[in-house]
Design a protein around this ligand. Structure first.
Ligand SMILES: Cc1ncc(COP(=O)(O)O)c(C=O)c1O
Length: 480
């Protein structure tokens, strides 16, 4: 049989190797240019729906256009109109600053079109996922019985984790789940998806540092059991998004053991801090969780989407998800390997482990440890700067890269409403004048500015420059 290449035949949706190369090189060139120029660009760009409708709304063309035109449009008209989440002064929400090998891994995995649902479909990639998940297992300090899988992110990981928790509790008719009032909405959604009524997703009050209050938890569980609910999981935060707060993991673990309740930790934000000595100390008790959600697209410097779920007893995860349809009977060959499609929601899965593997192989663990540690240290330096300032005030001390603070006057009494107006105005100027991208939050109802520092390219000068601008804007706003 002659190959299609030999007889020159190509499908209508194929390109010649020359076109493929030229377009790939141009796309790479544009992305590298973007990354190199990041510090000189604003950390955020956006547009209103009506503005963007005018630029982008069109019918799909019946006939194609030259690929270089399409690439240029994507690079200049679409992709830049977005938050530059990897900008060294992007401190809003949760930044993400991918390493280049991670970006290339996504390209290579897509180019090989890996179907990472079964071992039959992708033995090599599945083996690598086993290896990388085992790295995570040992970083956490989990036993050999533990395992997990890569997911799109922390939301999907916690959802899969709650399925196991529900099954471990015997799939009760009236389940309830407990989490602190600082927990991420991803957990609320995950709980409702697995069948917990919204009113049975119980938000436990927190202490002065926004950590789950054990007495309140205990009281709620007694009350709920009396009213017929069955607790299926207690969730701890290992770095709450708002404040970086870490719940008392050891105490929750003790409580879960004594009450026979599944212990899930949302470590999507802070989990990989465990790679540093400081983080390991702060996250003590994480290894006692029954399941853990972690996001490598946050503090392990991978491009979106790169989350994972780790479960202490991997048999429970597979027990909860494994279904064997006839049309997948061929994937049961060999018994000594996992089919990752049996560990969670997705059957068709991309090969996410490659990103972590290529990045770690390229830079080595020491570089990762230092880069993670740098985020923790910069947030602490920011806290020290804020404490010294005559116009800034700490709202919550630095915790795992997050510091919350507000502009306030030391000389005149400002009420909450005035403070909110002032801080809102300052935040707007920081963004509009392209100093940095930062987001605000509310701590016990009070408006607060928030810096989240976990980009490996962020320097103290980026943080200092931003804080100095906030001080200046603050002074001007207070006196205006
Ligand atoms: C603490 C925490 N949990 C869960 C999530 C949701 O994770 P993802 O967006 O990866 O689904 C986030 C995202 O910022 C988070 O910070």
């Amino acid at each position: 049989m002659t190959s299609r290449a030999e007889d020159g035949g190509r499908s209508e949706l194929e390109m010649s190797p020359e076109e493929m190369m030229a377009s790939a090189l141009r796309a790479a060139e544009l992305v590298i240019e973007r990354v190199q120029n990041l510090p000189d660009k604003p950390a955020w760009r956006g547009g209103s729906r009506s503005e963007l409708e005018a630029i982008m709304r069109e019918e799909p063309p019946e006939e194609g256009r030259p690929s270089h035109e399409v690439i240029e449009r994507a690079a200049h008209e679409i992709l830049p109109i977005a938050g530059r989440v990897d900008h060294p002064r992007f401190f809003a929400f949760v930044p993400s600053s991918p390493t280049w090998p991670g970006v290339l891994a996504d390209f290579m995995a897509a180019g090989h079109n890996i179907f990472q649902g079964t071992w039959l479909g992708a033995s090599g990639p599945s083996m690598l996922e086993v290896v990388v998940i085992d790295w995570f297992r040992s970083w956490i300090g989990y036993p050999e019985t533990a395992g997990g899988l890569f997911t799109s992110g922390g939301s999907a990981a916690s959802l899969d984790g709650f399925v196991v928790a529900r099954e471990a509790a015997g799939a009760p008719m009236q389940p309830s789940v407990y989490m602190s009032d600082q927990s991420h909405t991803a957990l609320i959604r995950a709980a409702t998806i697995v069948g917990v009524r919204p009113e049975s997703v119980r938000m436990v009050p927190t202490d002065e540092h926004f950590r789950l209050d054990m007495n309140e938890l205990h009281g709620m569980i007694i009350e709920d059991r009396e009213s017929g609910l069955t607790p299926i999981a207690i969730c701890g935060n290992a770095g709450a998004t708002n404040t970086g707060a870490i719940d008392p993991l050891d105490e929750i673990a003790d409580y879960c053991e004594s009450e026979d309740i599944w212990f899930h930790v949302d470590a999507a934000y802070g989990g990989f801090a465990i790679l540093t000595d400081r983080g390991a100390e702060l996250l003590k008790g994480l290894e006692r969780a029954d399941s853990i959600a972690m996001d490598a697209h946050k503090w392990l410097f991978q491009p979106f989407e790169c989350g994972c779920l780790m479960v202490k007893d991997i048999r429970k995860l597979e027990g909860a998800f494994s279904v064997q349809p006839e049309y997948l009977q061929d994937t049961q060959w060999g018994r000594d390997h996992p089919n990752f499609g049996d560990r969670g929601l997705q059957l068709s899965r991309s090969f996410r482990a490659l990103k972590v593997w290529m990045s770690v192989q390229t830079f080595g663990m020491a570089a990762f440890r230092r880069s993670i540690g740098q985020g923790i240290e910069l947030a602490e330096q920011a806290e020290a700067y804020i404490r010294e300032s005559d116009v800034l005030q700490i709202a919550n001390p630095a915790s795992l890269g997050v510091v919350c603070f507000r502009v306030n006057s030391r000389t005149s009494e400002l009420n909450d409403e005035q403070l909110e107006e002032i801080n809102e105005a300052v935040q707007t100027r920081v963004i509009e004048e392209a100093v940095a991208m930062m987001s605000s939050t509310r701590l016990r109802g009070l408006y607060s500015l928030r810096l989240c520092i976990l980009n490996h390219t962020t320097t103290w000068e980026d943080v200092r420059f931003t804080l100095a601008a906030i001080e200046n804007f603050g002074r001007e706003t207070i006196s205006s």
